[in-house]
Write a protein that binds this ligand. Structure first.
Ligand SMILES: Nc1ncnc2c1ncn2[C@@H]1O[C@H](COP(=O)(O)OP(=O)(O)O)[C@@H](O)[C@H]1O
Ligand SMILES: O=C(O)[C@H](O)[C@@H](O)[C@H](O)[C@H](O)COP(=O)(O)O
Length: 252
């Protein structure tokens, strides 16, 4: 069985050997959660639900080896603005959006609603489901997907980093939203109708492992600024990253 306790090399490559990897990419087509993801018309004329605008079925990401595919994973503790940033990126870039909170089993929601922090064991299946849901969107014809997931520890990020093992032409990017605990506490206190109460913010900072310099797939954004500044800066960094990758792909 694959252990996530050992950091995955962050070099844009998947694991060099399949040994030990457990399940393979399971389709999320039957998942009730997958149907909740919106299916905007993509710039290539495909719908993100896998059907092109002329009614034919889209090619999977692996069947389009010369095309760059991007997973934009917006991370950080409760209240840092993951949903705000991810919705903006998805609508601006016309990409499907996956809200990580919708993939929790009810038991996790119940725990968090009761102010009990999740454990590693509570998170593994959730993280794997998010990885598979992202790949599912790319396999359905989308060039990219935006998702939210706190991904507080490195080993959680490493679960998602396995994605290129399944689809080699995926570029995975973490967007880490960074701000001091007191700023996020204020925002969570002011946020209405969310299962994640302000009492959970401290426990998240307690276990947070901010991305380290060797995690070269991470874009860090200072979110102590106004929402407008954060959104503009994030979009700029994302567009620059995509331009750089497109330029490298053209040279190959
Ligand atoms: N840069 C910002 N400045 C001020 N308020 C923000 C900013 N970004 C998000 N918010 C607000 O803070 C709260 C938490 O944002 P949200 O996107 O729900 O965070 P997360 O998804 O990370 O928990 C929301 O009420 C949101 O409107
Ligand atoms: O939006 C928020 O308020 C939180 O970030 C929320 O998304 C929660 O943190 C995660 O769903 C999972 O919990 P962990 O962060 O404890 O893994």
């Amino acid at each position: 069985m694959l252990s996530y306790d050992k950091p995955v090399a962050v070099n844009g490559q998947g694991p060099s050997s399949a040994a030990g990897l457990s399940s393979g990419c399971q389709t999320m087509a039957s998942s009730p959660k997958a149907s909740r993801v919106s299916a905007p018309v993509l710039s290539n004329g495909a719908l993100s639900n896998g059907v092109t605008s002329n009614g034919s079925t889209a090619l999977t990401a692996a069947q389009r080896p010369n095309k760059d595919h991007h997973i934009w994973l917006v991370t950080g503790p409760a209240g840092c603005g993951k949903s705000t940033v991810a919705k903006y990126l998805a609508s601006t870039l016309q990409l499907p959006y996956i809200e990580g909170d919708e993939y929790h089993p009810q038991a996790n929601i119940d725990k968090m609603s009761a102010g009990i922090p999740l454990t590693d064991a509570d998170r593994w299946d959730w993280l794997t489901a998010l990885r598979e849901a992202s790949i599912h969107q790319l396999d359905n014809g989308s060039d990219g997907v935006v998702l939210t997931c706190s991904a507080l520890k490195r080993k959680y990020r490493d679960v998602i980093r396995v994605a290129p093992y399944f689809v080699p032409n995926i570029h995975l990017h973490f967007i880490f939203l960074k701000a001091p605990e007191e700023v996020l506490l204020r925002r969570v206190l002011a946020r209405p109708n969310h299962f994640m109460g302000a009492n959970m913010v401290h426990s998240q900072f307690d276990i947070l492992e901010p991305p380290t310099a060797d995690e070269i797939d991470v874009i860090t954004i200072d979110v102590s600024r106004s929402a407008d500044e954060v959104l503009a800066d994030t979009l700029d960094r994302v567009l620059n990253t995509m331009d750089g990758i497109s330029a490298r792909s053209r040279q190959q």
